[in-house]
Design a protein around this ligand. Structure first.
Ligand SMILES: [Zn+2]
Ligand SMILES: [Zn+2]
Length: 271
């Protein structure tokens, strides 16, 4: 039985004889069912047509993204550290080359995911590296459609992953939307890995905040202020969003502050 996955977002379902009736990630206001309708594929069907590209973004931080692009087109991040590597977010394609290359980098000790758009084939990734824990915020539990003993739902506003890696729940894009603070990143000045929770925009000195990016649905000002305030206590100079180009290379904390201020002024008609 194939474990069907959604062609539009990469979300994988438990093995079944027939594809699911709908994808809960796509069939709601933050995402969309493509004009041609919902379609399904499988990891086995993807593997011959795609591969994963790796890029060293800074010492001990690798981007991993699929080419040609598949579904939403995000890239994941692998933090390499002696205490155990962390995979931040996920991509649907997993193949033997990816497993071999990551093993060469020390494997994966834990998987942490910002929000349901990047759940994809997280269970396959966990199993490929020995059933490592997958940390998801419990507020988004309904989107985790493939149950697995490796999934650990966390609650509250912070989860300590050890050795200076901390998940911080900001909310906003999703109720459980989280970022990962990596204290050792950016040469020890700190890096913030943000998924779609804080999105790097075209002018890479700035970031944006949306309930839905493809459908252009904004967040209320209070939610944007809450995101800004949630990351205020941690030090970071660099910020990595969910895509290859999504990097605020320096002074990133100030970029979050001024971007939140610009957003709040804009929705008040005060640009
Ligand atoms: Zn989907
Ligand atoms: Zn998203």
């Amino acid at each position: 039985m194939p474990a069907y996955l959604c062609s539009a977002c990469g979300l994988q379902f438990p093995p079944a004889d027939a594809p699911p009736a709908r994808c809960p990630v796509c069939d709601e206001a933050r995402q969309y069912v493509p004009p041609g309708g919902q379609s399904w594929t499988s990891l086995e069907a993807l593997q011959p047509k795609h591969r994963n590209a790796f890029q060293l973004l800074e010492p001990d931080l690798y981007g991993i993204g699929t080419v040609p692009e598949f579904a939403i087109g995000q890239r994941a991040l692998l933090i390499r550290r002696p205490e155990g590597n962390i995979l931040w977010d996920c991509v649907a394609l997993l193949d033997q080359a990816t497993i071999d290359l990551i093993r060469g980098l020390g494997g994966i000790g834990a998987i942490a995911i910002s929000h349901p758009h990047y759940y994809t084939t997280m269970v396959e990734w966990s199993r490929a590296f020995g059933g490592v824990p997958i940390h998801l915020h419990e507020a988004d539990r309904d989107f985790a459609v493939r149950p697995d003993p490796a999934i650990r739902f966390w609650s509250g506003d912070r989860l300590d992953l050890g050795a200076g890696a901390t998940m911080i729940r900001t909310g906003g894009h999703f109720a459980g939307s989280s970022v990962l603070h990596w204290a050792a990143g950016a040469g020890g000045q700190g890096a913030l890995l943000t998924g779609d929770t804080i999105q790097v925009v075209a002018d890479r000195r700035w970031v944006g905040f949306m309930y839905s990016y493809p459908n252009l649905i904004p967040l209320p000002p209070a939610a944007v202020a809450a995101i800004r305030d949630a990351v205020e206590p941690v030090a970071f100079d660099r910020l990595y969003g969910a895509f290859w180009h999504s990097i605020v290379a320096g002074d990133a904390k100030e970029a979050v502050r001024r971007s939140a201020a610009r957003y709040i002024a804009a929705v008040a008609g005060d640009l």
